[in-house]
Design a protein around this ligand. Structure first.
Ligand code: FES
Length: 214
């Protein structure tokens, strides 16, 4: 009986001994299962998470850049306005009085157009005089052209015509071109002063300052 009881106890113990083996195998299997589970996770879920994190960051930096650009543009415009306020536009007009060279620089019987652009005058030399004519049309202020072949000034705006003397003879211009003061400077050059105007209709072309005897 005692032996039977001992065998029975041994048989009962055997299953208890087998339990740790099964537990050990179970514990070894768990990481493998976990690994499999990790492997089974679709790559899309990993990627999706990173994109979702990255997109707001990118848009944040984009907005930050736009905000900085807007701020820089506004600041630049403001500074430009301040600079323009401190240094306003100055209109540099040519001087009203100037020298135009010597009498021998001008041909007798010709209209010299070299000062038209710079000083807005024509210089005319006759056998006796030199005078300076204004290039401003007396109709509405356009600039006529000297037509050498036709020996006249012709205004392109409304067709007024002026003789070499400056007298108007065609078109709507109501009066002759104006002349300016002309004289000899100390160095022998011709000196023109546009601040002094001489008008034919007022009899001012007889003023000795309106022409230079040569
Ligand atoms: S402005 Fe010269 S003709 Fe009118």
């Amino acid at each position: 009986m005692a032996e039977e009881e001992k065998k029975r106890q041994e048989n009962q113990e055997e299953p208890e001994d087998s339990i740790p083996v099964s537990e050990e195998s179970a514990t070894e299997a768990e990481p493998m299962l976990e690994a499999k589970e990790v492997k089974k996770q679709p790559p899309a879920s990993v990627g999706k998470g990173s994109i979702m994190d990255e997109m707001p960051r990118r848009s944040f930096f984009s907005w930050l850049t736009i905000a900085w650009l807007a701020f820089a543009a506004a600041t630049g415009g403001f500074l430009t306005m301040i600079v323009r306020f401190l240094f306003p536009n100055v209109l540099f007009e040519p001087p009203q009085s100037f020298k135009i060279g010597f009498a021998d620089d001008y041909k007798v019987g010709e209209v010299d157009i070299r000062w038209k652009r710079q000083h807005a005058i024509w210089v005319v030399r006759t056998s006796e005089f030199i005078y300076a004519l204004s290039t401003v049309c007396t109709h509405l202020g356009c600039t006529p052209n000297w037509l050498g072949n036709e020996r006249k000034f012709k205004c392109p705006c409304h067709g007024s015509g002026f003789r070499k003397s400056g007298i108007n003879f065609e078109g709507p211009a109501p009066r002759p071109l104006e002349r300016f003061k002309i004289a000899l400077a100390d160095d022998g050059q011709i000196f023109v002063d546009k601040s002094k105007i001489y008008q034919y209709e007022k009899g001012q072309w007889n003023d000795p300052e309106s022409f230079l005897k040569v």
